[in-house]
Ligand binder design. Structure first.
Ligand code: ZN
Length: 160
């Protein structure tokens, strides 16, 4: 069957940057997601629509269709006293914070000054062009429960 909304798709993927460095790849050979439920980035989901098991595709995804463009206003300097444990604040440390509109975001420390810390709320892959090589392994219909939950259940999928 072809990939359409409410298909459960099993695939192998390798994700590389424009220099050919591997950023990510499916572990143990497979990755499952529910198509049409925003489980994966839009650029990849759109490219997979209508494809079938056995097909292999290469997809280049722009930042706009991937993890977004880098936004300067997401880089902020905050006073060090805002942190409970200032000793643990080092460049590269990531923590969870809340954006002004209430969304959970991962923030990365990019610079530590004497009395302030510069944090970056952009996704680590914001502004990066993504090059996927994908092999579609299996396509099946989602169960009613999976559709209701918006994710895949069962082996290698979401457990609960
Ligand atoms: Zn569930």
């Amino acid at each position: 069957m072809q990939i359409e909304p409410n298909s459960v798709v099993t695939l192998h993927y390798t994700l590389k940057d424009n220099d050919g460095n591997i950023i990510d790849q499916s572990e143990d050979g497979s990755f499952l997601y529910l198509h049409g439920a925003m489980n994966i980035i839009p650029g990849l989901e759109n490219a997979l629509s209508g494809k079938s098991a056995g097909e292999e595709i290469s997809v280049k995804v722009s930042p706009e269709e991937g993890y977004g463009v880098k936004e300067d206003e997401r880089v902020q300097e905050v006073p060090k006293e805002m942190f409970d444990s200032a000793d643990e604040i080092k460049v590269g440390v990531q923590f969870h914070a809340q954006s002004p509109d209430g969304q959970a975001v991962v923030v990365t420390v990019v610079e530590v000054k004497d009395d302030a810390v510069v944090i970056d709320g952009n996704h680590a892959l914001a502004g990066v062009e993504l090059n996927f090589e994908v092999k579609i392994v299996d396509v099946r219909e989602a169960s009613a429960e999976e559709i209701e939950h918006g994710h895949v259940h069962g082996p290698h999928g979401h457990q609960h």
